[in-house]
Write a protein that binds this ligand. Sequence first.
Ligand SMILES: CC(C)(COP(=O)(O)OP(=O)(O)OC[C@H]1O[C@@H](n2cnc3c(N)ncnc32)[C@H](O)[C@@H]1OP(=O)(O)O)[C@@H](O)C(=O)NCCC(=O)NCCS
Length: 347
Amino acid sequence: MIEPEADDDRPAGDRPPLVTPSGAAHARILSVGSYRPERVVTNEEICQYIDSSDEWIRERSGIVSRRFAAPEESVTDMAEAAARSAIERAGLSPAEIDAVLVATVTHPYQTPSSASLLAYRLGSAPAAAFDISAACAGFCYGISLAADMVRGGSARNVLLVGVEKLSDFTDLHDRSTAFIFGDGAGAVVIGPSDTPGIGPTIWGADGSQWEAIVNKKSWIEYRDDESRDWPALKMAGPTVFRWAVWQMSPVAQKALDAAGLATGDLDAFIPHQANIRIIDAMVKELRMPAHVPVARDIAETGNTSAASIPIAMDRMLAQGEVAAGGRALLIGFGAGLAYAAQVVELP
Ligand SMILES: CC(C)(COP(=O)(O)OP(=O)(O)OC[C@H]1O[C@@H](n2cnc3c(N)ncnc32)[C@H](O)[C@@H]1OP(=O)(O)O)[C@@H](O)C(=O)NCCC(=O)NCCS
């Protein structure tokens, strides 16, 4: 038995106070990167499996095409491509990343996380690493976590990736979901800042609508199912549509109010790319001024869930639709039904 040291017998009042971390005054997005898989999948191709048409899909969702990853291309592969670009653009080395957060619902292992493998592959290990399961809200949840980590002192530089390979979890014969989803990855590095770069997050979840977007089976049910019916996603489309249109605009407005800004102060609106009609309805509800560019990447990406906002952010910056340092309102929403919104300054 190890003898207790004399110090251990000291009364609690005599012990030194616990050292607690202290972080940066503010946090900001230092850089963004993205990755789109090579293969373009047209509506015509999707319609080989469902009774639908290019015209219906364009009209009801705004989607013209989406990208599907190659069969051997994994969630972590796509995350790595986006992350390398973001880290390089931040002017950091992978070893300077203290924490790796991956927002995804399509990493095909319950455990371990994609983040842990990603950190190792990047050369960021032993950075803290974990996945975030908040579906299409995952990226905006991650922004909030990362900003708090930087300000709280638990990390100096945080890599946040939104990545999905939804083609693995979509039933190509299900006409209510087959045309919606796509694959891709987007990444940001969030680090310390002298000036405010990330506004307050308005977030939440409504578990009473837990079944509105859900895997058809749990892994346990899948294990016990002799037909081995793959637990692809199923979605109550009109329920989600109504929830998004009526309940998400007020959340976006609250994020603006919390940041002390009005729509006219924005340089971009980057909502989750779920359906062009949802985006247009939000623009109308929020009375977004015509001069504020709005991400409408869904036409060529489909719905890439957690990846949709950083992919759109990277493209808008690259194409000069918005300048570095511009203020963007972000809002993610989806399965859970989880949501999160905040105003950020763009890298
Ligand atoms: C899925 C979605 C595009 C469907 O559009 P919708 O206008 O709500 O369509 P509905 O499901 O009400 O169906 C309308 C009609 O089109 C038909 N239809 C449904 N899917 C179809 C398809 N792929 N092709 C052709 N017709 C289709 C329906 O059968 C229905 O026909 P009916 O009126 O004769 O019964 C829409 O509900 C949506 O975008 N929901 C939210 C999805 C989303 O954002 N998900 C992710 C959240 S992160």
